[in-house]
Design a protein around this ligand. Structure first.
Ligand code: ACO
Length: 333
């Protein structure tokens, strides 16, 4: 029997219209354009309005995906949503998106892998396809990071924005698609990157709200150090065990947390910046949204057979890298 693999056959995306510039931020906290641009590389980020959750962006991204791939929502068998900012603790954001988009024949669940969530969800979705029992799987991935951003903390509030991407996975017997994955976790990261309240260990109370514990807490310097070394090691492992040199790689797509992290990882891998997809200056860190939004924006430039290396790092710490051989030419109209 021929080996079945999973390949991405389409991509949709959604970025909210409202923009928060560095200049506007500098009126909220003690910061400035020069610091944010040189230390992080962000010019502006998009912000989803009050009263709307991650499912709003996920629904828009999935609707576009279904249109572009001419797919009937009733044919989708699995929809999984990678997010750290679900609409509610329950039900899952995937179930809300499935309802909004008319997917009545799908199994739905959320995957929580922080900024590495897209890689975790993509590998999970691909395994449904590889099992041979499922033919159409949607992975929707993104975050409303501004809902957990503390606009009184200048060390974190310039970093985050909101966005969602969605991909369709289908079976193939060609040598394309998700060819290799390396995913890891190291719980050492907990003290350096977490949200202290709102979960079962420390449910919401007047005290947790007063102490501003419902926002991202980050020790930036520690996270920076681990992000560079773990992302570079993961990508190098994936490239090494697939005999890929920098010349074989068409595009390197790193998680967009900080331009300096991206630059340091690319240098360690010796991949020239012309091959590195970067859009952090316009969107900031949208957590599980960064890599699918890069793919969505670059779709028109991708060709069948292109070797893509994806790498991400986030809370946990969780991180990883993925080797993807792209499955089609240009943008699906
Ligand atoms: N504007 C102006 N000055 C600032 C600002 C600001 N917005 N923020 C901090 N500073 C100051 C600090 O007070 C400090 O001043 P001091 O030297 O007088 O004390 C100085 O700038 C340097 O501060 P650092 O925190 O050391 O700045 P650093 O260069 O480390 O940059 C940053 C901070 C951008 C957060 C960086 O550490 C980083 O990118 N870390 C990793 C982020 C990441 O990858 N996160 C993972 C994913 S996120 C997720 O999973 C949810």
């Amino acid at each position: 029997m021929e080996k079945i693999n999973a390949v991405i056959t389409g991509i949709g995306g959604y970025v909210p219209e409202d923009i928060l510039t560095n200049e506007e931020l500098s009126k909220i906290v003690d910061t400035n354009e020069e610091w944010i641009l040189t230390r992080v590389g962000i010019k502006e980020r998009h912000v989803l309005g009050k009263g709307l959750g991650t499912s709003y962006m996920g629904t828009r991204a999935v609707r576009q995906l279904l249109e572009k791939t001419k797919t009937d929502p009733m044919d989708i068998e699995v929809i999984l949503c990678a997010t750290t900012t679900p609409d509610y603790p329950f039900p899952t954001t995937a179930s809300i998106i499935a309802h909004n988009t008319g997917m009545k024949n799908a199994c739905t669940f959320d995957v929580q892998g922080a900024c590495a969530g897209f890689l975790y969800a993509l590998e999970t979705g691909a395994n449904y396809i590889r099992s041979g029992r499922y033919k159409k799987v949607v992975v929707v991935s993104g975050d409303k990071m501004t809902s957990i951003t503390n606009y009184e903390d200048r060390s974190t509030c310039p970093l985050f924005g909101d966005a969602c991407g969605a991909v369709l996975l289908e079976p193939t017997t060609e040598e394309i698609g998700l060819l290799d994955t390396f995913l890891r976790t190291d719980g050492i990261g907990f003290p350096n990157l977490h949200m202290a309240a709102g979960g079962s260990a420390n449910p919401a109370s007047h005290e947790t709200v007063e102490n501003r514990q419902h926002f991202v807490y980050q020790e930036g310097r520690v996270v920076f150090k681990y992000a560079v070394s773990y992302m570079a090691d993961a990508a190098a492992t994936i490239m090494g065990r697939n005999n890929l040199t920098k010349d074989d790689v068409a595009w390197f797509i790193p998680h967009q947390a900080n331009w300096r992290i991206i630059d340091a990882v690319a240098r360690r891998l010796d991949v020239p910046m012309e091959k590195v997809i970067v859009n952090i200056e316009r969107y900031g860190n949208t957590s599980a949204g960064t890599i699918p939004i890069c793919l969505w924006e670059w779709e028109k430039n991708l060709k069948k057979g292109d070797n893509l290396i994806l790498a991400a790092f986030g809370a946990g710490f969780t991180w990883g890298a993925l080797y993807l051989k792209w499955g089609y030419d240009g943008e699906k109209a």
